[in-house]
Ligand binder design. Structure first.
Ligand code: APR
Length: 236
């Protein structure tokens, strides 16, 4: 049975109107990443950080899964073996696509950088749904001294589910990387773990990523064109 691991980055959500991170101006919605995506930034200016994520959460309401998200949902519904979908994205576009097309039992979706529509308590770590805005001093319902912060992995924090991801990469036969620049670790190193496991490795991206030469196969173009075609061939 072919074990499949697919990694996605912001490029798969770009055509849904969710901005990528390393556009030309190097800014992220007008901010330097260090000013809004680090624990130090949150300690220094919680209002700025909460507002930044509040704006991104509101933006998400206008975005919808695109043909690439839906193609992966079709794949998850029909894939006979294990299929782990690891996303660096904090949007819920994969979640919504798989809710529309329920996956087969061997499928799992993991958000390694957290989720925009969740918050966690700074005292207990308890995670809760967060559909709306968070204030700069949002008291946590779980602990009198706790505050609610975005359930996002900030720079300097450990990504989630790494042991589970590394085990899946060690056992995978096919690794596909979609819409990521290969700049941020540890996700940028997943292709080498897959190569080491003897898997076939494929990159689907708008243009060659930093690690393109590490892949057996690359297809370049917009995700809404390249991903459905790839899935169709895979399922044929
Ligand atoms: N279709 C396919 N790929 C695309 C598209 C598209 N329509 N548009 C852009 N891309 C590609 C770009 O060429 C680039 O290689 O998607 C990639 C986006 O790269 P980044 O902006 O660096 O985003 P990503 O790789 O997801 O960043 C990883 O960095 O800031 C952190 O936590 C953040 O999860 C993020 C991580």
């Amino acid at each position: 049975m072919t074990n499949l691991v697919i990694l996605t980055g912001s490029g798969i959500s770009a055509e849904s109107g969710v901005p990528t991170f390393r556009a030309d101006d190097g800014l992220w919605l007008g901010h330097r990443v260090e000013d809004v995506a680090t624990p130090e930034a949150f300690a220094r200016d919680p209002a700025l950080v909460q507002d930044f994520y509040n704006r991104r959460r509101r933006q998400l309401a206008e975005a919808h899964p695109n043909a690439a998200h839906r193609a992966l949902a079709d794949l998850a519904a029909r894939w006979p073996g294990d299929f782990l979908l690891v996303t660096q994205n904090v949007d819920d576009l994969h979640d919504r696509a798989h809710a529309e097309t329920p996956p087969a039992p061997g499928f799992e979706l993991l958000h390694m950088h957290g989720e925009l529509l969740k918050a966690h308590c700074t005292a207990t770590g308890r995670v809760t749904d967060c559909p709306g805005d968070l204030g700069p001093d949002e008291v946590s319902p779980h602990h009198p001294r706790g505050r609610l912060r975005p359930h996002i992995v900030w720079f300097g924090e450990m990504p989630h589910h790494l042991d589970r991801i590394e085990r899946a990469l060690a056992a995978c036969d096919l690794f596909v990387s979609i819409g990521t620049s290969g700049v941020v670790w540890p996700a940028a190193g997943f292709v080498e773990l897959a190569n080491h496991a003897g898997a076939r490795t494929v990159e689907l991206n708008l243009e060659p990523s930093l690690g393109s030469r590490l892949f057996d196969e690359t297809h370049h173009g917009p995700a809404t064109e390249v991903v459905p075609g790839f899935v169709e061939r895979l399922l044929a």
